[in-house]
Write a protein that binds this ligand. Structure first.
Ligand code: HEC
Ligand code: HEC
Ligand code: HEC
Ligand code: HEC
Ligand code: HEC
Length: 377
């Protein structure tokens, strides 16, 4: 019975690796004389529309207090660490509540942020990014920074220019990549494809960015993604074709990143039905299970174990639809078929993950993204 013991040791070793990295290496760099982040509410009187958009975005609900899913996964991670006799570091805060207790939160003692979410002052305080071993971090400035900051802007606060080559690059300090202590990739936008994030996730919408400034439009700060059905619809297209014997279901990724994108929690699947002349269902595709062609998601493995949490992951089986890919699923057409339909569903969390981590079940409900049908003759 030597083998299981060794495997267990490897798991713990991976955690020691993570813990051995000095907290400073995971934290953002603060400028000399930094006095803490301003609360986003302080920007609201002048940037009212942007503040309202941000308040409805996941960027304002990313911390443990306002995102029950994030909190649940962190608690599951803590329990895992406790079994190894260790206290889990809240390194998540580096991206989920970077202004916790007035300072970047890597290893922060406070689990709850005093300045909630990803505040205006964090994104508009970053100056540049540094690549890290497990994930990237930022260097911060004492002034308000922006890509648009040019000499023409006259603000009641100092405004300086980001050193990023393009505004999109400023997203990659948090969205670029994350590895676990074993070096397994948990998510990687770098791998999925580079693109102009702002052009899709911060579209120009009507209204001024600043009270009293004559402007017809501004960059939206609502940041639609997986929580937004309309955005999901834009990411994927579904079509059916049929010949004498085969039904083809074509699923095209319209994203510049994978579908579903980056987060390892997400899953998408298709359900195909074939009906006879009377509308009776005579064939239904199998339920979406890992290993089945109808399911698009990443499943982490460790040794022989499948579906392990990110912190145990050694490898991943990835069936997501790649950037630019059209996936075609083929089915035999049964006798008596008159019509076929396909529906594409999306889940923020699978029921299995929700149960394992204690994520509220309401967050694991499937969302119908798009559907299509054809007549067969
Ligand atoms: C008292 C009003 C006021 C407050 C409070 C305020 N701002 Fe501003 N801000 C302005 C004005 C006015 C401008 C210039 C806008 C222009 O000319 O387009 C500006 C410009 C900016 C710009 C630059 C926009 C560009 O085009 O590059 C950013 C970014 C910004 N503010 C962020 C913030 C943040 C973040 C906060 C809160 C920490 C904040 N502001 C608080 C009034 C304010
Ligand atoms: C390097 C930055 C980074 C770190 C560190 C990080 N996350 Fe995240 N996390 C993100 C980003 C970015 C997203 C959104 C990605 C997406 O939706 O594709 C996210 C999304 C999530 C989600 C999905 C939330 C929802 O409501 O949809 C969960 C759960 C989560 N993270 C848990 C954690 C936990 C727990 C930790 C620490 C053990 C952690 N994350 C550490 C960047 C990070
Ligand atoms: C300080 C870290 C950080 C920065 C910088 C950042 N994000 Fe995020 N972003 C996150 C985290 C963390 C989440 C997930 C929050 C959650 O669900 O708990 C997220 C969520 C999102 C989502 C998903 C919303 C959804 O419905 O699930 C989108 C889209 C997004 N970010 C786009 C961007 C873009 C575009 C930029 C650059 C302009 C950017 N982010 C910069 C940390 C960051
Ligand atoms: C996730 C990062 C992020 C957060 C959080 C964020 N911003 Fe921005 N903001 C950006 C980016 C990126 C741009 C577009 C830069 C460009 O291309 O000029 C921008 C643009 C702006 C502009 C100029 C808008 C325009 O259309 O000219 C203002 C003003 C601004 N932000 C204020 C705020 C305020 C106030 C908040 C909080 C309520 C906030 N931002 C939160 C990333 C962020
Ligand atoms: C051509 C438009 C487009 C561009 C450019 C784009 N995205 Fe997306 N993105 C989408 C669509 C559509 C979705 C929804 C489908 C999905 O989740 O795969 C999405 C989803 C996301 C999500 C949400 C995933 C989740 O789990 O909730 C994040 C985070 C994200 N994008 C970040 C980025 C970042 C960072 C960039 C820049 C490197 C970027 N996107 C560039 C269209 C775009």
């Amino acid at each position: 019975m030597k083998k299981p013991k060794l495997a267990l040791q490897r798991v713990f070793f991976a955690f020691f690796l993570l813990l051995m990295i000095p907290a400073g290496a995971l934290a953002h760099k603060l400028p000399a004389g930094f006095k803490g982040f301003k609360d986003s509410a302080s920007c609201a009187p002048c940037h009212v529309t942007i503040y309202n958009e941000w308040s409805m975005s996941m960027h304002s609900m990313s911390d443990r207090k306002s995102d029950p899913a994030h909190n649940a996964v962190f608690l599951a991670f803590s329990q895992f660490m406790a079994k190894a006799g260790k206290k889990a570091p809240y390194f998540c805060g580096s991206c989920h509540s970077p202004a916790a207790a007035g300072r970047p939160a890597s290893g922060a003692k406070e689990a709850y942020s005093s300045v909630p979410g990803i505040p205006c002052a964090f994104c508009h305080g970053v100056e540049s990014m540094s690549g890290g071993k497990l994930f990237n971090t930022y260097s911060l400035s004492t002034t308000t920074t922006s890509a648009g900051a040019v000499s023409g802007v006259s603000a009641p606060h100092p405004v300086s220019k980001w050193s990023f080559a393009s505004p999109s690059e400023m997203c990659l300090g948090c969205h670029g990549k994350m590895k676990n202590g074993k070096g397994t990739v948990i998510c990687s936008m770098d791998m999925e494809g580079s693109s102009d994030c702002i052009s899709c996730h911060m579209k120009k919408v009507p209204g001024t960015s600043t009270f009293g400034v004559a402007e017809k439009s501004h960059y939206s700060h609502f940041f639609p993604g997986g929580h937004d059905r309309q955005m999901l619809k834009k990411g994927i297209s579904l079509s059916l074709t049929a010949n004498a014997r085969k039904l083809l279901v074509n699923i095209k990724n319209e994203n510049p990143h994978y579908f579903p994108s980056t987060s390892p929690m997400r899953a998408a699947y298709v359900k195909v039905d074939v009906l006879d002349r009377n509308g009776k269902v005579i064939f239904t595709s199998p339920a979406p299970m890992p290993g089945q062609k109808e399911l698009f998601m990443r499943v982490f493995t460790a040794g022989m174990k499948k579906g392990v949490p990110p912190w145990m992951a050694e490898k991943a089986v990835d069936s997501r639809i790649k950037t630019g890919e059209t996936r075609t699923l083929t089915y035999d057409i049964p006798k008596g078929a008159a019509r076929a339909r396909a529906v594409l569903y999306y889940r923020l969390f699978t029921p299995a993950a929700a149960a394992k981590f204690g994520i509220p079940a309401r967050m694991a409900k499937p969302v119908k993204v798009t559907e299509t049908g054809i007549n067969i003759n």
